[in-house]
Design a protein. Sequence first.
Length: 601
Amino acid sequence: MTPPPAEKIVRIGGASGFWGDSMVASPQLVRSGQIDYLVFDYLAETTMAILAAARAKRPELGYATDFVDIAMRSVLPEIAAAGIKVVSNAGGINPHGCAQALAKLVAAAGLPLRIAVVEGDDVSAQLRDLCAAGQRDMFTAEPLPERVLSANAYLGALPIARALDAGADIVITGRCVDSAVTLGSLMHEFGWASDDFDRLAAGSLAGHIIECGCQATGGLFTDWQSVPDWATIGYPIALCRADGSFTLTKPEGTGGLVTRAAVAEQLLYEIGDPGAYVLPDVICDFRHVEIEQAGEHRVRVSGARGLPPTDAYKVSATTMQGFRAAGTLVIVGIDAVQKAERTAAAILERTRTLLAEGGFADFSATHVEVLGAEASYGPHSRARGAREVMMRVVADHADRRALELFAREIAPAGTSWSPGTTGAGGGRPGVSPLVRPLAFMINKHAVDTAFTLADHRHPVAMPLYGGVVPRPAEAAVPAFVANTQEATQTLPLIRLAWARSGDKGNVSNVGVVARRPEWLPLLWDRLTPERVKAHLAHLVAGGVERYYLPGIAAINFMLYEALDGGGPASHRLDPLGKGMAQLLLDMPIDVPLTIASEAGA
């Protein structure tokens, strides 16, 4: 009797979560012998601003140079020998420049690797018409500026799949959604159709989990003490099946860990409504996703559902908005916090006088932080008596010369004002272009999507399904019934939950996962939007929304106007809200004594 054919498993390794990720990732994954695909995500919104500024100086740049110079250079022969395919959005705002640089390496090594380039995401040529038509920023509702540095639509996975279908060994894209590098690979391997929405949602979830590298394998995990061997942490590998389910693991013998809790945290990273996570290929519903421990360092993920996508792309754009300089000084001794605050105030007062005398306008914005005084905690700080802090003062101006004047006036504080002032040995702060991100929507019909392979351009027609983003569903959370006779105890939220935060522009999300599913009704009762807003009011200027994920016993909070503009526009030392979950985990929660005992109090 002929045995049934073995189930096809496609093994995808996530080698990069951002431009600047570790150089160990590619060799580790390739030499593990455990992958068929190597995928890279480089393009955070902040990265697009950096690439736009780089290309403005040198036209041949505008892509993530680390992809070519480090990641690929270290493993090209091994990739060719093993038949591993590569998909990366390292192209940034110059994907053809990236492909040309890589092609030189491939040719020098004499390797038979075919490189495809996905194109069409650059819509900057359409900006004048869009402005004339009254297009506005999707978050601020402000009119689009007439001049931009870059404007790139978030493309989806279909062009990647078509390039692989045509025989590409390496696919380089510009701006695409982070998960598309994984989903495109799976559409090619399993032949998923563009209207197979449940599988597209599942493949997008696999991509979402591995798109940030080690964040899926113990990186940023709330219980960081339990994560072994940070120095050798393993990068994620998704073992994907034709039904869309997948098992997450990491290379054998590496550090880190793969657990249900760590993967649940990553599921919540940078999503909004979990019932309507909008991507170019599908609207994903992750509310009923199940995450199960399937062995040591193996977690099985299933249950994603999909709806037809909308007929529009989101566009990420950047524009020049003057210049910025940031100066720092270390201040030591009794009352260091107060000394730092007075020093910053004096610098700004003096430089404002000098600006006026020089005929310059006032700063367009300023910002002061005292690091070491728990500035991010605002009124919840416990470090006002710190004796060693760093003063950070930031100023924006339309004229570079005004900020050069400001930069000259940081170091004089070392001999003029507070005792214990030091740390100005790095010289004057530099003046940098201030690049502001913005976003808007564009109809897919207006975007000419294609891929180029062997000097031939292949158009890719995007199907339009007319999908509509569903309204948020009513959360059917079981009510928490308190025993009014039972005493309570106050615990920090971290004793009851794991959490992770992310960003989208000026919006921060914080995903909270109950350590025990039966505690979720209590958390829903205690963590109301009003209470979360009150706890983070010093950072969150807008409203707070929350969503329910029964599949993983979690809550997702959306915090609006929370990042001082977000990305490169933000003055804060934490412009991406990386610490927002940590601030929320410190929030005091009143719990019954029985639950406090179960939580180890």
